[in-house]
Ligand binder design. Structure first.
Ligand code: PEP
Ligand code: MG
Length: 914
């Protein structure tokens, strides 16, 4: 039978950092730290396998677990020289969850387990401090009641608040021994009332209750929501860590803290952390008391209450451990520690979550000091993180103006990058509601908790008045890449009254506030977010590249990514401006130019409508003649912007009714403009009405019924290309026919387009080199890909339509049922965001294989939204595509994702240790 329990103590451990699947991140690293000689309180880890067996066995403890835990506990007693359940000198433990991927605040922790009415007195005698023992006991009852007995935690908080009011103190530390004794009695009475039973006194029963609760917490709603948000599989299970307690609340020479070995927001190579004197575990992260800075530098010289000043010996030891951990793990670490009467213990280390900005700088710093190689550097920066480097910042002048107008409400900690301006929402529910109406929303809370996750997802930014850089709000916002300011203490957030006040200023729900996630400033009113440095250099060209270190590193990163990747990256662009932007971001061509977007422009929609209203060919020809020069001009602009690179132009795709107005008022206005009776417009709209327009008269079907439309577009392309060639601009047009499902659709249209090409060549004397290909977006096209490829020179997968038609999910209506599908885990992710590898993906592979079988040099790309999604990019890489095409701002993301895909394919992600 598999071993279920892994022991660690005094330099020796059954597990190691490589065993995260089995021991969870926390357990694996506790074992590793123990083994490399870092002071860790001894304990044992119950494996994720035990958790999975627990769920498989209908929530029964797996066979053999009791015996193994019993043995581990006996070893622990021996190491510590104390007995679990002894009332005179009790062995106390913490029970903490720890899954493979960290899920901050999602799951449960219980401290001081083993205490009961007698043991608390034993602890009091041993520690020589009854206040401490009572404080530990009340914490235990509180945590155990919330987590295991599932009693509303708020009731306990209210009782503590009442005790503090009665004693006229702000902090828990101001409560006296007698107050705590009363609280313990009140807590126990409440437990009896709520559960009908006394608080469990028997340590073994406490332990098993806690283990089961941690297992169960894997399946709680917020953990499931978090996993869905981050794409973490549901079947991993959590490990349970049982460890000897060390106490950070044994007096003023005690403390507990969390730190990052480098700044997680900026990446700066400075030790960065927070601590609370005389406090226990969760106090720091919970944001209940605002923690103190760990170093003098960080506290900005204000006062001398940094850990460095108060506990210089422990601080020096922490710095040593910081170096040891970074050297060992070769990456920035996020650590937890406790100081018990001057002795330092490490409670956790893990790879620290960081912003995109920090990820870039940290990886470069490690590379430059020779710790990691280029491939490791690449693998350390997630492709999606690049979006944050392009995130907006506020314009300095506008912000200066706001400052002089006295609109700065306060300053908190810069916890998440980027600038955000939004209407205040005081609760997660309100944030979701307001965002659903299309408003930018700023979630403003005293502190956030895991229950606020949905609101954080909906908000453009997050602001809290309490908490530090490691508070829930900060950690989660950084993970999401959202602008976030925490601990803005000058602000008072009154959720009940829906008021945010700063001094005399009062702001209500719905009023605008702006936050700068780089400086921590909170500003009244709205400010316009402004392009990032990278954008200023590449797009606006208002900043010189050599003036930005960030840009230098970004550009180097992109060069290294380009060296690794095989997949080319193109862009979806319909205007010369978008084409230029994409090119600056490294696009290697246009993969999709949707010509209908040109039709919507103000100066041409009239001609398009005239064409639609025309009763006969000659009427349409007249309207198309107006459109021809405009389209030609558009194409010339795009060809010039993309000179030397391929440009795929798709012929008209949407159903025609999309070009007509929809409301009676708009119809009346249009009739006046076009000088036609309203009735005629309405009749035409009636004729164009379709029951399922997405499966209706669109794509190549339009080209078949109105060949003159495609002929005009082809002519515009050929003439534009001919003019460019004449003026020595290198053009590589690729003409693409949408929505083909039958070979004859393609061959009929292709013949006409080729004829147009020949006519233009004869007239201009310039033979334009071009490719003629098709989109593959109808499942049937995948099934007959071989015969299509014999005719078409390239394929471009339109995975938006292909997903729609493969699943039979309307891309416009999926929002109505997708949340239920995700909640019920019927779908793991939105298939319109990340390609479905088993169904849609299988069709893609089939089409590639058959297409290349028929035409070995068939060029194959993808231009659906999936082209900018890292997981999909990896899938397309593995499927042997030539390129992906995505929106201009996703181009850097796709470049890096393509490099990751290549590195992973070769199993080569550089040299890691952990
Ligand atoms: C597609 O279907 O994936 C595609 C790119 O075309 P559109 O989104 O314009 O239908
Ligand atoms: Mg399509």
């Amino acid at each position: 039978m598999d071993k279920l329990v892994y022991f660690f103590a005094k330099g020796q451990a059954d597990g190691s950092a490589s065993m995260k699947d089995l021991l969870g991140g926390k357990g694996a690293n506790l074992a590793e730290m123990t083994a490399i000689g870092i002071p860790v309180p001894p304990g044992f880890t119950i494996s994720t396998r035990a958790c999975n067996l627990y769920f498989e066995g209908k929530r029964q403890m797996p066979d053999g677990l009791e015996t193994e835990v019993g043995k581990a506990l006996a070893r622990l007693e021996k190491v510590q020289g104390k007995r679990f359940g002894d009332v005179a000198d009790p062995l106390l433990v913490s029970v903490r969850s720890g899954a493979k991927f960290s899920m901050p605040g999602m799951m449960d922790t219980i401290l001081n387990l083993g205490l009961n009415d007698q043991a608390v007195e034993g602890l009091a005698r041993i520690a020589g401090d009854r206040r401490f023992a009572l404080d530990s006991y009340r914490r235990f009852i509180q945590m155990y009641s919330g987590v295991v007995l599932e009693i509303d935690k708020a009731v306990f908080e209210h009782m503590i608040a009442a005790a503090k009011r009665a004693r006229r103190v702000q902090d828990d530390t101001g409560l006296r021994e007698a107050d705590l004794a009363k609280l313990v009695a009140a807590f126990k009475a409440h437990v009896r009332k709520a559960t009908g039973k006394p608080f469990p006194q028997e340590p073994q029963a406490q332990l098993w209750g806690a283990i089961a609760a941690v297992f169960r917490s894997w399946d709680n709603e917020r953990a499931r929501l978090y996993r869905r948000q981050y794409g973490i599989p549901d079947d991993l299970g959590t490990a349970v860590n049982v460890q000897c307690m060390v106490f950070g609340n044994l007096g003023n020479d005690c403390a507990t803290g969390v730190a990052f070995t480098r700044n997680p927001a900026t990446g700066e190579n400075v030790f960065f952390g927070e601590y609370l004197p005389n406090a226990q575990g969760e106090d720091v992260v919970a944001g209940i008391r605002t923690p103190l800075a760990i170093s003098r530098a960080q506290s900005g010289g204000a006062g001398d209450d940094s850990l460095e000043a108060r506990e210089p010996r422990c601080y020096a030891q922490l710095l040593e451990i910081r170096d040891t951990l970074e050297a060992h793990y070769k990456d920035m670490q996020d650590i937890e520690f406790t100081i018990e009467r001057g002795t330092l213990y490490m409670l956790q280390t893990r790879t620290g979550k960081r912003t995109g900005l920090a990820a870039l700088h940290i990886a470069f710093d490690f590379k430059e000091s020779g710790v990691i190689d280029t491939k490791t550097l690449l693998s350390r920066i997630e492709a999606d993180m690049l979006v944050q480097l392009l995130a907006p910042i506020f314009d300095t002048k506008e912000k200066d103006r706001a400052r002089t107008q006295g609109r700065v409400l306060g300053r908190g900690l810069p916890a998440g990058p980027g600038a955000a301006s939004g209407a205040i929402a005081f609760t997660a529910e309100r944030a979701v509601e307001m965002a659903a109406k299309g408003r930018p929303v700023l979630l403003v809370r005293a502190e956030t908790s895991p229950e606020d996750l949905a609101g954080m997802v909906a908000a453009v930014g997050i602001l809290t008045s309490r908490g530090g850089m490691t508070s829930h709000a900060a950690v989660v916002a950084r993970g999401m890449g959202k602008p976030c300011v925490v601990g803005a203490e000058a602000l008072r957030v009154d959720v009940g009254a829906r008021r945010l006040s700063a001094g005399k200023r009062v702001l209500k729900e719905g009023e605008f506030v702006s936050i700068d996630g780089a400086t921590g400033e909170v500003i009244e009113g709205s400010l316009t977010p402004h392009p990032s440095e990278i954008q200023q250099i590449l797009v606006e060209k208002t900043l010189k590249p050599e003036r930005s270190r960030l840009y230098g590193r970004y550009a180097q990163l992109m060069r290294w990514a380009d060296d690794e990747r095989r997949l080319k990256v193109r862009t979806n662009a319909d205007t010369p401006h978008d084409a230029e932007v994409a090119r600056a971001f490294g696009a290697q061509g246009i993969g999709l130019c949707r010509t209908e977007h040109m039709f919507f422009a103000e100066d041409r929609i009239a001609a398009v409508r005239e064409m639609i209203l025309a009763d006969d060919l000659s009427g349409r020809a007249k309207a198309l003649a107006k459109l021809l020069p405009m389209q030609r001009k558009d194409f010339i602009g795009i060809f010039k912007a993309m000179r030397g690179l391929p440009v795929t132009i798709r012929l008209l795709d949407p159903p025609l009714h999309e070009f007509l107005p929809s409301t009676p008022e708009q119809f009346r206005k249009l009739a006046r403009q076009m000088r036609v009776p309203v009735r005629r417009l309405e009749e035409r709209a009636q004729q164009l009405h379709e029951t399922n327009p997405m499966l209706g008269h669109r794509g190549c079907r339009l080209g078949i019924t109105y060949p003159e439309v495609y002929a005009m577009q082809a002519r515009a392309i050929f003439e534009a290309a001919a003019r460019c060639i004449a003026s020595r601009v290198d053009v590589q047009p690729e003409i693409m026919i949408p929505l083909v499902g039958a070979v004859r659709e393609f061959t009929d249209l292709a013949a006409r387009i080729r004829a147009v090409g020949e006519a233009v060549a004869a007239r201009t004397g310039v033979a334009v080199p071009y490719l003629l290909g098709t989109m593959i977006e109808v499942p049937r096209a995948c099934l007959v890909a071989g015969s299509i490829a014999r005719e078409a020179e390239f394929f471009s997968f339109g995975t938006n339509d292909l997903t729609q038609m493969t699943y039979g999910f309307s891309r416009d209506d999926i929002g109505k049922f997708l949340p239920d599908y995700l909640e019920a885990r019927i779908l793991p992710v939105d298939p319109f965001q990340s390609v479905d590898p088993d169904g849609v993906g299988r069709l893609v592979r089939l089409a590639v294989e058959e297409g290349r079988g028929a035409r070995p040099d068939l060029k194959v790309g993808i231009c659906g939204e999936h082209g900018g999604d890292p997981a999909s990019v990896e899938f397309f890489h593995r499927s042997g595509l030539d390129y992906v095409s995505c929106s201009p701002y996703r181009v850097p993301v796709a470049r890096l994702a393509a490099a990751h895909a290549a590195l992973r394919e070769h199993g080569d992600q550089g040299s890691h240790t952990a």
